[in-house]
Design a protein around this ligand. Structure first.
Ligand SMILES: Cc1ncc(C[n+]2csc(CCOP(=O)(O)OP(=O)(O)O)c2C)c(N)n1
Length: 505
């Protein structure tokens, strides 16, 4: 079957495991081919091929609602819901969005682009469903990076109490964009490496085959199934169970038999259930499989054979690189660089390698990153929070209430300001000036070139106030000069637009 001919996911119901495996191979080939031309989120999508196919085989979209967190990993979902023929336009103007998009398909029940929204949104869809006396399933697919964000704790706290029927699939690939961090990650790591995991498959099959409607043998009841499955998998005190959410896992995310068994079982549980699925990010493309720095997470056009990424601006470097190199040049013992899971995008790897004790990757936790900076500044440190403009929106109250109101010395490097291109409307960095301007004590500036970028970092280090430096995702020539401070409130007029001034008068 030609991938472009897929109209909707109904055909999956008739396929056996061998046919599903063949389809997975074809989809992976299709993804590598298309993304090599347009760029896009390659490795996350390669990792969820079997998982997405299994979800669409077991559930009935669009009646059942599937919400992908961030939704950068929804390409396979797009393919299975009849959008493969549009992949040549992926992430281009008026083309196929790189994320789930409500107006694009009835199968896109929600839309996002920012992380960690899926649990709260799906709970809303599930409670709304119950109020409407509907019977559909709501399924949230969330990664191990995204589930560590604060909003998810708020959602889990609520989900565990409401006992609403909701299926959460935790897609655990051990990676955020680059290697995942944090205590929850360490906890999942422990479960992942449990020695029972390797031989758990055959025992799973035996037990699952007894579930009514799934296996041939009648079983005593769901309560018994749950107890038996727990005996197989559960680690005592596991966080989700403690919160009142049924936990099953870890299961093999590239094995159709296991995926289908568990998804079918989840359907029958009358309450919230989390299935912990282990997948391999980048699966099927060796360059992406071997990647630990996140280069293949979101990638530009590349040669599929050699894995060489096309770069038209070889003599130029990104603003992020200029900023991080300036930090290295101006480094002193009190500077602490903080990133909310964007080490590679913000070009901070070299800084981390040189100054590991002055570098904090806090995971996808923008609000926490800013509050942490506020605390550090009160201890005389000079925190530099590197954050994309669009994701800074998450930290508004922390900037206003915790940093600026008390005039704390925190430097915020606002990356990806202005129009960001292919990531589209969820990622545009166009609101920061407007929302930062009313905040007291705050200084907002933007360099016009690399020399000014270094000078503004120096100024930020020496100015005891909340100090925001904006820069775009473009590239520039990196010219270095002796760093000097810039007077606050000064600017340079490069060009006067006479017509514009005339119109203003
Ligand atoms: C609020 C917010 N912060 C940061 C990002 C950038 N971002 C997109 S995907 C991603 C990693 C997600 O990791 P995970 O949930 O484990 O998914 P995976 O790609 O590994 O499948 C990050 C940090 C974002 N989209 N939204």
């Amino acid at each position: 079957m030609k991938i472009e001919d897929i109209k909707d996911p109904k055909f999956l119901k008739k396929l056996n495991n061998q046919e599903l495996e063949k389809l997975s191979k074809d989809i992976r080939k299709f993804l590598i081919d298309k993304v090599s031309k347009t760029g896009g989120h390659l490795s996350s999508n390669l990792g969820v091929v079997e998982l997405t196919i299994a979800i669409h085989k077991v559930f009935n979209s669009p009646k059942d609602k599937i919400i992908f967190d961030v939704s950068h990993q929804s390409y396979v979902h797009k393919i299975l819901t009849g959008r493969a023929a549009q992949f040549d336009t992926l992430r281009q103007k008026d083309g196929l969005s790189g994320f789930q998009k409500i107006t694009e398909s009835a199968h896109d029940s929600y839309e996002s682009g920012h992380s960690s929204t899926s649990l709260s949104a799906s709970l809303g869809l599930a409670i709304g469903r119950d109020m409407n006396k509907e019977k559909n399933h709501v399924i949230a697919v969330i990664g191990d990076g995204s589930i560590a964000n604060g909003i998810c704790y708020e959602a889990l706290n609520h989900i565990g109490e409401t006992k609403t029927k909701l299926i959460i699939i935790l897609n655990d690939n051990d990676m955020s964009i680059s290697k995942n961090v944090g205590a929850l990650h360490n906890h999942l790591d422990k479960i992942r490496s449990t020695k029972d995991y390797a031989n758990v498959k055959s025992r799973t099959k035996k037990i699952m085959s007894k579930i009514p409607g799934i296996g041939p043998v009648a079983y005593k009841g769901l309560k018994n199934i749950k107890t038996s499955l727990k005996k197989l998998y559960i680690k005592e005190g596991f966080i989700f169970e403690e919160l009142g959410i049924n936990y099953y896992g870890p299961i093999h995310g590239h094995d159709f038999e296991e995926l289908e068994l568990y998804l079918n079982a989840a359907k029958k549980i009358n309450g919230p259930v989390l299935i912990h699925v282990i997948t391999e990010k980048g699966k099927g493309y060796k360059f992406a499989e071997e990647d630990i720095l996140g280069k293949w997470h979101g990638v530009g056009p590349f040669d599929p054979l050699t894995g060489i990424i096309t770069n038209n601006d070889t003599d130029k470097i990104s603003w992020s690189e200029v900023i991080s190199d300036s930090l290295i040049r101006l480094m002193n013992k009190d500077i602490v660089v903080i990133t909310p899971a964007m080490e590679s995008g913000s070009k901070l790897t070299k800084f981390r390698q040189m100054f590991p004790n002055n570098f904090l990757d806090v995971g996808i936790a923008e609000e926490h990153a800013l509050l942490l900076a506020s605390g550090l500044s009160l201890e005389g440190k000079i925190p530099f929070v590197s954050i994309y403009s669009s994701f800074l929106q998450r930290g508004y109250d922390e900037i206003l209430h915790d940093i600026a109101r008390i005039n704390n010395h925190v430097i915020i490097g606002i990356d990806r300001c202005g129009i960001v291109g292919e990531d589209g409307e969820t990622h545009q960095g166009v609101f920061d000036i407007t929302f930062l301007l009313p905040i007291p004590n705050i200084i907002i500036c933007a360099p016009k070139d690399s020399i000014e970028a270094t000078n503004l970092i120096k100024t930020g280090i020496n100015t005891k106030a909340p100090f925001c430096i904006r820069y775009s995702r473009n590239k520039l020539n990196y010219i270095k000069d002796k760093p000097v401070e810039i007077k606050i409130g000064s600017w340079e007029c490069i060009r006067r637009n006479v017509n514009y001034i005339w119109r203003l008068c």
